[in-house]
Design a protein around this ligand. Structure first.
Ligand SMILES: Nc1ncnc2c1ncn2[C@@H]1O[C@H](COP(=O)(O)OP(=O)(O)O)[C@@H](O)[C@H]1O
Ligand SMILES: [Mg+2]
Length: 375
């Protein structure tokens, strides 16, 4: 294969399985038959709630934890027999784990000192790594003289200095305040592009995943529910879990009650929803996803075919540029919409007509399976 073409299977996780015993003697499948391919210079995010197996997978790739069964290949070679320090992989943790008594320069250069790289090259590479993370000229400071954001940058510089082929990042931004986190998200993405290496980033924050990733892997209790681009994960979630975890969502359960050449009518406990999904069969049970931003208080023909619903308004929340409208449908189920400033009076208890874009309605099969060993 030509070196200039990124391999779509640079890292291959093959049927990875890992169990733990609970203190009560039960068994947890932290990783339940995970298969995944990652391209050479891809920014991939493992996303899921606490306890879904993200850190376990990173530790196994780094060599800090072992698999019960399965394999991990890097550039076609299995790495699971290699000790952690021999793998071309570095990890950045949430806690920066800097040596407090050592200067920034010595923290960053530590790996090169261990490898006995000569002083001139070592100092040059320390300076380069610090420049890459936007911190040039602070080699002589101690970690305690830096802000949290700066300490995390030093940890990043230390992790990239020995030019790993793969960087693992376990919730590295979660200790930072929101503004700094947003800034660091963009910086990390730029750094990954500049280095051209693969980043496997772990977060439980869906916005962070959507902002930064080329691909997102949504983990649910040790299994992969979906692998896709941020756009795919957001607009076409394969499971209800993914739909609920990513973004705001209205999810309705229903059954197809009539079909015509225009589309299908789906009864959701007394509310009828119209869909263009011609693959649905009469009598089929489905879950429907309608994002709040796909609802509006005024019809807009430019947005394509629209249909309507009635919601009783319970609460209006001003969120800057938009209003969140929370209420319930005629069947009593909670529902919400997001609209721009409107001339329609928004009074609690009022019945609102909400128009939805029929083409924005997404259908999730009522019975879904997690992706098991999809390769
Ligand atoms: N060393 C361990 N011993 C026992 N259980 C563990 C161990 N490591 C992880 N687990 C369990 O495995 C599951 C996945 O953990 P983890 O990978 O840390 O999740 P995440 O990083 O997604 O929050 C959790 O239920 C956790 O309690
Ligand atoms: Mg974790």
């Amino acid at each position: 294969m030509s070196a200039s073409i990124p391999s779509p299977e640079y890292i291959k996780i093959h049927h990875a399985h890992r169990q733990f015993m609970t203190p009560e003697g039960g068994i947890i499948n932290a990783l339940d038959n995970i298969s995944l391919s990652i391209a050479q210079s891809e920014f991939i995010t493992l996303l899921g709630p606490s306890g879904c197996g993200k850190t376990t997978l990173l530790k196994i790739i780094a060599g800090f934890e072992e698999l019960d069964s399965g394999d991990i290949l890097l550039d076609g070679q299995s790495i699971i027999q290699q000790p952690a320090h021999k793998r071309p992989v570095n990890t950045v943790f949430q806690s920066y784990a800097l040596f407090p008594h050592m200067t920034v320069g010595d923290n960053v250069g530590y790996g090169l000192d261990i490898a006995k790289v000569n002083k001139v090259e070592r100092n040059q590479r320390v300076a380069e790594a610090l420049t890459m993370v936007g911190l040039s000229g602070i080699e002589q400071r101690l970690p305690s003289q830096l802000s949290g954001g700066q300490q995390q940058r030093v940890a990043l510089a230390r992790a990239i200095i020995n030019r790993p082929k793969l960087l693992l990042l376990d919730e590295p931004l979660s200790a930072l305040d929101k503004n700094l986190r947003l800034q660091m998200q963009l910086e990390l993405k730029n750094l990954q592009t500049e280095l051209g290496i693969c980043f496997i980033f772990v977060t439980h924050d869906q916005e962070e995943a959507l902002t930064m990733s080329d691909q997102i892997v949504v983990l649910n209790s040790g299994k992969i529910d979906q692998i896709g681009t941020p756009d795919e994960i957001y607009h076409t979630p394969k499971t209800e879990f993914v739909a609920r975890f990513i973004g705001e969502s209205n999810i309705l359960s229903g059954m197809v009650i009539s079909k015509s050449e225009n589309g299908v009518n789906i009864d959701c406990n007394g509310c009828t929803i119209f869909s263009h999904d011609q693959t649905l069969k009469l009598g089929e049970e489905v879950k429907l996803l309608l994002r709040p931003e796909h609802l509006s208080l005024t019809p807009n023909e430019l947005e394509g075919p629209q249909a309507q619903l009635t919601m009783t308004l319970n609460q209006t929340v001003f969120v800057g540029s938009d209003y969140q409208l929370h209420g319930e449908l005629s069947n009593g189920l909670p529902f919400s919409a997001l609209t721009r400033k409107t001339n329609t009076p928004l009074i609690k208890g009022q019945q609102l007509t909400l128009y939805y874009q029929v083409d924005a309605l997404h259908t999730i099969p009522a019975k879904q399976k997690s992706i098991k060993g999809h390769i």
